[in-house]
Design a protein around this ligand. Structure first.
Ligand SMILES: *[C@@H]1O[C@H](CO)[C@@H](O)[C@H](O)[C@H]1NC(C)=O
Ligand SMILES: *[C@@H]1O[C@H](CO)[C@@H](O)[C@H](O)[C@H]1NC(C)=O
Length: 167
């Protein structure tokens, strides 16, 4: 006769094994999801553009951020973290990356959006490098799964530039 403890242990081991298999399938099935997100960002307005007393350039923009990230969501997706970064080159640095806006998308229903917003974080350059500067806006995302490993990707939008004069 098996003792109660032995049987309980066997049931538990079985349950843990099944759970491990389900988790493996869940993260594996994510590999078969080929997301096709789209993003479009427009600079609606340059609200102000100044050289600060410390010599740094700072600019305030109003942005129209529209994106459809619904295809990233699978039944294994917990949430998606997104951020929009301005990326540009200066004589000092080959890549300057400044986060302008970010958000957490908790569910597929919220993954298609169109928002008008000023930059949530300062678009500031250490130096007076922003006049007439060309930049890219890159939408980065990190998909946080319920189980398995996190993955990240981005969409690069090119061809933006800042005004030649402070205003
Ligand atoms: C924002 O962009 C979307 C998609 O390109 C467009 O349909 C919408 O009219 C834009 N909104 C404004 C206020 O420009
Ligand atoms: C913008 O992105 C394109 C394509 O990735 C790249 O070739 C270009 O150098 C970038 N421009 C700036 C100003 O960073």
């Amino acid at each position: 006769m098996h003792s109660f403890g032995y049987r309980a242990n066997a049931v538990l081991t079985f349950a843990v094994t099944i759970l491990a298999i389900i988790c493996a399938i869940a993260s594996l099935s994510d590999n078969f999801n080929n997301p096709s997100p789209t993003a479009h960002v427009q600079v609606l307005n340059v609200n102000w553009f100044q050289k600060q007393p410390n010599g740094d350039d700072v600019v305030s923009l109003t942005l129209n951020v529209s994106a459809d990230l619904q295809s990233m969501f699978t039944w294994n997706t917990k949430q998606v973290f997104v951020f929009l970064a301005a990326e540009y080159e200066t004589p000092q640095n080959s890549l300057n990356q400044i986060s302008l806006w970010d958000g957490i998308i908790p569910a597929k229903e919220h993954a298609k959006f169109d928002i008008q917003t000023t930059n949530k974080y300062h678009f500031a350059d250490q130096g007076a490098n922003l006049r007439g500067r060309e930049f890219n806006l890159t939408l980065h995302w990190h998909v946080m799964p319920k189980t398995g490993k996190m993955f990240a990707d981005k969409i690069v939008m090119t061809g933006y530039h800042l005004p030649d004069r402070y205003r």
